[in-house]
Design a protein around this ligand. Structure first.
Ligand code: G3I
Length: 341
């Protein structure tokens, strides 16, 4: 260990990033991963559509390679993700509900069994909420909801818990971090969902907060987020920051200014989260700028490549790396009980 994983360990948490098999072959990046990380998340290759492009013929070779690389280097693995509406194999998207149910359950059981006892944690269900879909429970309209009903979350977590009792089971969600009425509504709906699932005995241990942030939009302080995190902690749930990155599409083009604004966003966000709740791990969504998903999802108006992460495209540390290290290693007082400022 060294670098960010050491900094994180000072506060009893893990630091990691999302990786692909191609990363573990790229020497400079691999060295940075091994220096900085104590946990890794397969960015794509453990997903249902990656494992089963052709239903009935699963191919776990890439996921196996990532798990082997991690375990050979004493890195924990965060499994990502078992049931997610965006990673259903294309051939199954139009199948009748009974066939979909069987295929989804087969995939979950086979995948959890395959890695049982070797993973730190699993994103069992990813992005279950979508208030805009108009349901009273704000569940997103997905093939899982159609095929299993609203109990699909309970079903998935119970099955995963039976097949891998050692893994920390995570409900992972996007858009809980922002300062908007929609995000506040989603936070309220998430708390209601967690309460419902808890009352059913669904074995959710941890809330995954994806944390895809936008520089100049993410507020430095954020009382509503503080309150939310305290309520999650009061429910006895831990938190994982699962997909942290900071889009710079609103920032000026000047690299030094952009990098400084991004670095400050990382620092302020992690200070807030680490103050308010019990975080098991902080993971960025890739470590270096060179292949960030944001260039496709949030291209900068000026066409310049995004600089959202901790290392630049030449695998050199950026100001954000230093701000993250500072936040991870900072001595923390457990969140006090008075109302947030
Ligand atoms: O590598 C294959 C290639 O062999 C194949 O020919 C081609 C055919 O489409 O696909 C290539 O895989 C792509 C993969 O990324 C690896 O680059 C997939 O098309 C592409 O859909 C996939 O995108 C990933 C996306 O999730 C969908 O799985 C992104 O890398 C990944 O960053 C993104 O991550 C998601 C999280 O899982 C959930 N939270 C949001 C986050 C951002 O969308």
């Amino acid at each position: 260990m060294g670098g960010l994983s050491s900094a994180a360990a000072q506060n009893g948490l893990l630091f990691g990033t999302a990786v692909c098999t191609s990363d573990v072959l790229a020497q400079p990046l691999t060295r940075a991963i091994l220096r900085d990380c104590s946990i890794v998340t397969p960015e794509y290759e453990m997903k249902w559509d990656a494992v089963c492009p052709n239903p009935g013929f699963p191919d776990y070779s890439a996921a196996d390679e990532l798990v082997s690389f991690a375990l050979a280097n004493a890195l924990a693995v965060h499994g990502h993700t078992l049931w997610w509406h965006e990673s259903v194999p294309p051939a199954l998207r139009t199948e009748p509900e009974k066939r979909f149910r069987e295929a989804a359950m087969d995939h979950l059981q086979a995948t959890v069994t395959r890695y049982a006892g070797r993973l730190h944690s699993w994103d069992v269900v990813n992005e279950p909420l979508e208030p805009a879909d108009g349901r009273a429970d704000s569940l997103r309209e997905t093939p899982f909801l159609s095929a299993f009903g609203p109990g699909y979350i309970e079903t998935a977590f119970h099955q995963a818990s039976l097949l891998d009792p050692a893994a920390i089971l995570v409900l992972n969600e996007m858009g809980l971090e922002y300062a908007s009425p929609a995000a506040e509504d989603k936070r309220r709906q998430m708390l209601a969902l967690l309460e419902r699932e808890k009352s059913r005995g669904t074995p959710i241990a941890c809330l995954g907060i994806q944390s895809h942030l936008t520089a100049l939009e993410q507020p430095r302080n954020h009382p509503e987020l503080r309150t939310f995190l305290r309520e999650v902690r009061a429910m006895g749930l831990t938190v994982m920051i699962t997909e942290l990155d900071v889009s710079d599409h609103l920032c000026p083009r000047d690299r030094r200014r952009r990098d400084a604004i991004v670095a400050d966003t990382y620092r302020a966000y992690l200070d807030l989260v680490l103050e308010e709740t019990e975080v098991l791990a902080v993971s960025t969504w890739r470590l270096s700028d060179d292949r960030t998903w944001l260039n496709g999802f949030r291209p900068r108006p000026d066409g310049a490549p995004q600089r959202p992460l901790l290392y630049d495209r030449a695998i050199r540390r950026k100001p954000a790396w230093h701000e993250v290290e500072h936040a991870l290693s900072k001595e923390r007082q457990p969140g006090s009980d008075e109302a947030p400022p």
